[in-house]
Design a protein around this ligand. Sequence first.
Ligand SMILES: Nc1ncnc2c1ncn2[C@@H]1O[C@H](COP(=O)(O)OP(=O)(O)OP(=O)(O)O)[C@@H](O)[C@H]1O
Length: 259
Amino acid sequence: MRDMIVESNDLKKNYGPKTVLNGVSLQVKSGEIIGYIGPNGAGKSTTVKIMLGIENEYSGKVKLFGHDISDGSIEYKRKIGYVPEVAEVYDNLTGHEYLTFIGELYGLDSNLAEYKAKRLMELFGIGEVYHSRIVSYSKGMRQKLLIISSLLHNPELLFFDEPINGLDANSVMVFKEIMTQLAAQGKTIFYSSHIMDVVEKISSRIILLHEGKIAADGPFEELNQENKDGTLEQIFTQLTGFSEHKELGSRFVSVVREM
Ligand SMILES: Nc1ncnc2c1ncn2[C@@H]1O[C@H](COP(=O)(O)OP(=O)(O)OP(=O)(O)O)[C@@H](O)[C@H]1O
């Protein structure tokens, strides 16, 4: 039987009068790749921040590795990797300095951190900027650096929040392969993105968050049962009850044209 790695029970979160999460309960087993999707502002990043202990004001329970995150211990955090949607990176450091620093924070010996940083940057096609300052990196290069920094310590559980923004098509293929291989080795991946075709292809299970609750939870094939040739994009549109894109688009353009 596979271990339960992530569990949330009746998670609720408000920002002022606004209810963002209204009873989110989910369970994720080891080796699963969860595609966590939902409209803008649905609360995906908020869920991830609560699970990571970055956001503390909420009600409900979260267990990671079977361990209640509210009990104050931090040891389990060493087993987690995270790519945030918006990341603060020390721009003045070089890739080498940044990754070695992060690796050491996670307890890696400095030689090992340095070796892994260099090798992973080379393999991800950014080896030539190893000694360049991060401020000079392109968007895709920064994103690759963040992905590498989340993986340096070989974590068991990964939270990826829009990790492939800015990656070119070839790099996305490499990233998908990395995800699949990590999951095959029993790592658990909680992946939030709007890039539906990638979510559809790599997720073993898709969880759709809508209006504060889970509106769908299952493998793509299961969610797609009614519409065999459907795409995840179509399922998303159906389940979120959205059909006004044409009308909204044309109203938008007519306002743009007002002078
Ligand atoms: N610090 C904050 N203060 C006030 N409201 C916030 C804060 N953080 C998030 N929110 C609100 O909570 C809601 C959920 O935000 P969240 O970033 O979790 O959504 P998301 O599903 O990740 O959206 P997106 O797909 O656009 O990234 C939004 O309405 C947002 O405005």
